[in-house]
Structure formats: structure tokens, C-alpha cells
Design a protein around this ligand. Structure first.
Ligand code: PMT
Length: 402
């Protein structure tokens, strides 16, 4: 969960500072990018050289570098961060944070930080229990900061009592859980259709289309990455899924897709219909291979169920239904008509007139049209990136009060 996350690790002057090196290593191992910021007294307990060699970045502790005069911007640091973790946090630093006493780089960074803040106090029991420390911690809580309670348990009570900094493994676990549950689709169940459908004519022939499934599979990955549990109903494609939060039902025909989707829809919060479903299927399917006769042959077709329209009819308040439209002309008007007719919340329009868009290719260029607001254009880029943008839009929509 910490992969690619930008974390500022603030280290203050406590004997527990030696554990910060291990904590830093754990964060880096989990894929986080870490910038260490130390208070002047933090440097008395552990050297910046150890920390900068572990993080691969120079440690920041002063407002500017003495010999070059280079200014360290606490504002830029605060904007860069996905989280600020202060571990160990002394009573003095906690007091300064609570009261806005910005007399060092760490507290200054804290005051300009927009990201969530985690504070792991480290001190002896009496200092920790003191009314002043407790009041300051309460103030930090009231600012929305997360206090990582000091370690308890046998070891802690034998040695120094409650006040000892929580173990690095536990701190990393807390951050991990925080990022997991703060993802835009965490706790959501998403149903996705992908690929073409094949409508059998006889044992060797079918009616199909050019859909490769790439767009739908990219959406499944992007939703899983955003914290959702995904059920992917896939037509006949040769693609694999990678994410452990993706379950998959493979189908061939529109009728099979319809049944699979309906069996999953009630437990879904979001449904994204990306499949290119055949609108018609042969009325009869021959058991044997049809022979060439030299005569004209008439294939009678019957309409397939419209899966998205049926979901639109069954949609509960709070459920979000997204359709796709691949158009060749009057694109926006046709897409809007489909959105209306199928009772969709959004329709994602791709046009065969755009280079690098639509079937088969690894890129797409789409316009996301909602019932309200201006259409949102997503420029031509890899389908996985387009999918991430679409998921972003859906994530914002489902988090709104509707
Ligand atoms: O798979 P790729 O090669 O990556 O290509 C992606 C794609 C081009 C197939 C995809 O981006 C896309 O546009 N899919 C929808 C294709 C389409 O033209 O759909 P439609 O206009 O026939 O249908 C509109 C909507 O109703 C779609 O959400 C479709 O899934 C749904 N539908 C249509 C017919 C039907 N019987 N049941 C449905 O659910």
C-alpha cells in the first residue's frame, strides 16, 4: 500500500531515534519514497549520514544549507508529502506542534503540510502521563492528526512503562492500513463487463466483433488498484488479470453475459459496462457445420437482451451505472441518447474517427459524459491511464452525497 507514497519522516531528539533507521528501511522496502526531516536535537541521537544513505536523499534539518545558502522550502515539502510521520516525537516537539511554535524545520513543515500527519510519541512514563503532554496530544487529535499510541505490554511496562515509541513494524502497519482504507473505492464492489460476445451460427462459426477486452481489463485493474473488489465478466479474450482483488467469470454469448451480470448486480455498488455486446444473435444455432450450397443463405437474427438497459431499470438509489459508447458519427448526441435510454450515470464515449482510440489498440481517447456538468475529455494515452482517470471521476461521484 505504501508503494510510490511520498512520506516525510520527522525525527526528534529521543533515545528512540535509533529505531527511526529501521523504520525508514521498512518504509523504503514497502516502496515508499522517504524524505527525512530532523530537529537539531534529533541529530544528537542519530547521524544524518546514516539516514540519508538509507533514504537516498539528503536529510533536511535547517532552513538553508550553510555553505551553499540553498533554501529548503517547507511549503514544497508539505505539498510533496502523502503523509508526515513524526517518529519518535518528543514531548517538546508535540508541545510545539500543538501551539504552532515553528522554530525548526520540522515544526515549520508540519504547519504547512496538507497531508495526513502521524505522531508516534516517545518519552518516559511520567512525561507521557503529565497533564501538559496529554493536553497537547488532545490538541493534535483535535487538529485531525493521528496519534500512534505508545507501545504497551509486558516489555514496555517492565522497562520504561507506557511512553515507549510503538515498534516500527506496527507503525508501518498503521500507515499501510490508513492508505488502504483511504483509497477512493475502498469497500466498494465493482462489476465490469469486457471484451466482445460471440453469437454462435454453428459449431465452427459465430458473429463477433473486434473488441480485445483491453479497455475493460484496464478498468478492472484500475478499480482494484483504487481499493475496490472487482467482478469482471469477460467475453472471449486472451487476457489475464493480475490483481488479487479481481474475480472473473468467463462467458461467450450476450445471453451468458446477461445472466452472469444479473447474478452479480445486486451486490455491486458500481457497474461499468465496457463490453461490446452483440445486439443480435442467430435465431437458431445449427448442431452441425453448415455446408456450402452455392445458394444464397439467409441468417435470421433475434435481438439480444440489452444488459446495461436492464441494469438501468433495476438500479437502486446509490448504485452507479456507467456505460461505454463506440461511435462513428454524431458521437456526443448518440452517446447522450444511450445514457438517457439506459438510465446511466455516465457514458464514456470513444470514437472510431480518433486515431489511437477504440478497439484493440493499447491506447484510448475518451470523453466522459455525466448527467450533469460539462463533458470531461481524457486525451489519447495508454488504456490503463485512461482507466485510472475514469475511476477517479467515478470515485469522486460515488463519494458525493446524492
Ligand atoms: O476491448 P477493446 O479492444 O479495448 O475496445 C474497447 C471498446 C471500444 C470495446 C470499449 O471502449 C467500448 O466502447 N465499449 C462499448 C462498445 C459499444 O459500442 O457499445 P454500444 O454502443 O453497443 O452499447 C452501449 C452500452 O450498452 C455499452 O456500455 C455496452 O456494453 C452496453 N450494451 C450494449 C448492448 C447490449 N446488448 N448490452 C449492453 O450492455
Amino acid at each position: 500500500m505504501l508503494k510510490g507514497k511520498h512520506i516525510i519522516l520527522g525525527i526528534t531528539g529521543s533515545i528512540a531515534a535509533y529505531k527511526a533507521a529501521y523504520l525508514l528501511r521498512l518504509l523504503i522496502k514497502r516502496g515508499a519514497e522517504v524524505q527525512v526531516v530532523m530537529t537539531p536535537s534529533g541529530k544528537e541521537f542519530i547521524t544524518p549520514v546514516t539516514l540519508s544513505s538509507l533514504s537516498g536523499k539528503p536529510v533536511v534539518s535547517e532552513f538553508f544549507t550553510a555553505n551553499t545558502g540553498e533554501w529548503h522550502s517547507h511549503v514544497d515539502l508539505g505539498l510533496w508529502a502523502d503523509a508526515l510521520l513524526i517518529a519518535p516525537a518528543t514531548a517538546a516537539t508535540i508541545g510545539k506542534m500543538a501551539n504552532g511554535i515553528a522554530d525548526n524545520m520540522l515544526v515549520t513543515t508540519y504547519l504547512s503540510c496538507k497531508a495526513p500527519v502521524f505522531v508516534a510519541p516517545a518519552m518516559d512514563l511520567d512525561m507521557y502521563a503529565h497533564a501538559s503532554t496529554q493536553r497537547n496530544l488532545d490538541m493534535l487529535r483535535s487538529y485531525g492528526n493521528h496519534i500512534i499510541e505508545p507501545a504497551t505490554g509486558e516489555l514496555a511496562s517492565h522497562l520504561t512503562g507506557k511512553g515507549r515509541m510503538e515498534e516500527p513494524e506496527k507503525i508501518v502497519e498503521i500507515l499501510d492500513r490508513f492508505f488502504e482504507t483511504s483509497k477512493p473505492l475502498s469497500g466498494k464492489k465493482v462489476l465490469i463487463t469486457a471484451g466482445p460476445t460471440y453469437e454462435k451460427i454453428d459449431p465452427v462459426r459465430f458473429i463477433g466483433n473486434y473488441s480485445s477486452g483491453k479497455m475493460g481489463f484496464a478498468l478492472a485493474e484500475a478499480c482494484a488498484e483504487a481499493g475496490a473488489e472487482v467482478m469482471l465478466v469477460a467475453g472471449p479474450v486472451s487476457l489475464k488479470t493480475n490483481h488479487s482483488s479481481i474475480d472473473r467469470i468467463d462467458v461467450e454469448s450476450a445471453e451468458e453475459m446477461y445472466r452472469a451480470v444479473l447474478s452479480e448486480y445486486d451486490r455491486s455498488d458500481i457497474a461499468i459496462m465496457c463490453a461490446a455486446v452483440a445486439d443480435y444473435a442467430p435465431e437458431t444455432v445449427s448442431d452441425v457445420k453448415l455446408k456450402r450450397t452455392g445458394e444464397d443463405r439467409i441468417l435470421r437474427l433475434r435481438p439480444n437482451p440489452d444488459i446495461a438497459a436492464e441494469l438501468g431499470r433495476r438500479k437502486r438509489p446509490g448504485q452507479c451505472l456507467v456505460g461505454f459508447a463506440l461511435e462513428t458519427n454524431d458521437e456526443e448526441m448518440n452517446a447522450r441518447l444511450k445514457m438517457e435510454k439506459k438510465n446511466l450515470d455516465f457514458i464514456v464515449l470513444n470514437s472510431l474517427r480518433d486515431a489511437g482510440a477504440g478497439f484493440q489498440c493499447d491506447t484510448n481517447k475518451v470523453t466522459v459524459i455525466g448527467k450533469q456538468g460539462e463533458p470531461m475529455e481524457i486525451p489519447c494515452k495508454p488504456k490503463i491511464e485512461v482507466a485510472a482517470d475514469i475511476v477517479d471521476i467515478i470515485g469522486r461521484y460515488v463519494s458525493e452525497d446524492r
